[in-house]
Design a binder for this molecule. Structure first.
Ligand SMILES: Nc1ncnc2c1ncn2[C@@H]1O[C@H](COP(=O)(O)OP(=O)(O)O)[C@@H](O)[C@H]1O
Ligand SMILES: [Mg+2]
Length: 221
């Protein structure tokens, strides 16, 4: 379970103070599928990075499965993150010199698990419908295909929580609905918890819980 209590984050831009996240409370149970919508600049990306332990809040707490993220050491925090959480960003950042299979498997290079990751990587590549591109390099793929590789990669370490920041932004409708189908499949079959920032009303409609963010403040819809 994710329990966010009264977190705030203010940025300094010159002499100006920007309250990007302003006293947000949020509770997400394991296996929930939650969306946040909001205008650009409303604080969505900042909130995801606070929840995912990438940015330290000025005040408030983020507790995930009983662990208060900002009360543990940096090393423990990165280990905790690696075990539990994965991010999907709007822009795929694939390694240009690695093929599709190698890109998807890259995160397992640091894994202590002895799971046969290649089989799972091939399964994920099939789920994102890129089996025929398994040996292709990123430069040989369309933008949408590259995004699907990045999405397959996000699941390889079997995270419990996926934090996705506009994962289908600027994708065509068909690809978006395929990716959405994959997310729901992962949510139902593997009980992965999803928190998705999105502009898509289709994505928001399929969520158990919906929130709107406005000027750093989160409200239930
Ligand atoms: N690193 C930063 N330094 C200064 N201001 C920032 C930084 N990151 C975000 N902001 C500001 O915080 C506000 C919220 O940004 P962001 O969380 O990216 O919103 P969203 O994802 O909803 O577009 C914006 O006004 C943005 O300009
Ligand atoms: Mg953003």
């Amino acid at each position: 379970m994710i329990e966010v209590k009264n977190i705030s984050k203010t940025y300094k831009a010159g002499s100006e103070l920007i309250k990007a996240v302003d006293g947000v409370d949020l509770k997400i149970d394991q296996g929930e599928f939650t969306s946040i919508v909001g205008h650009s600049g409303s604080g969505k990306t900042t909130l995801l990075s606070l929840i995912g332990g990438l940015t330290k809040p000025d005040s408030g707490t983020v507790v995930i499965d009983g662990t208060d993220l900002w009360s543990i050491s940096d090393d423990d925090l990165s280990e905790f993150r690696n075990l539990k959480i994965n991010f999907i960003y709007q822009f795929a950042s694939l390694i240009p010199t690695l093929n599709v299979l190698e890109n998807v498997m890259l995160p397992t290079a640091f894994s202590k698990s002895d799971e046969p990751f290649e089989d799972y990587a091939r399964e994920l590549i099939e789920m994102v419908k890129l089996t025929d591109k398994v040996n292709s390099f990123p430069s040989q793929l369309s933008g949408g295909q590259q995004r699907r590789v990045a999405i397959a990669r996000a699941f390889i370490n079997r995270p419990e929580i996926i934090l996705a920041d506009e994962p289908t932004g600027d994708l065509d409708e068909e690809t978006e609905s395929e990716i959405l189908g994959l997310f729901h499949n992962m949510n139902e079959n593997q009980k992965i918890t999803f928190l998705i920032v999105t502009h898509s009303t289709d994505i928001a409609r399929g969520c158990n819980k919906r929130y709107r963010m406005s000027q750093g403040v989160l409200k239930s819809e």
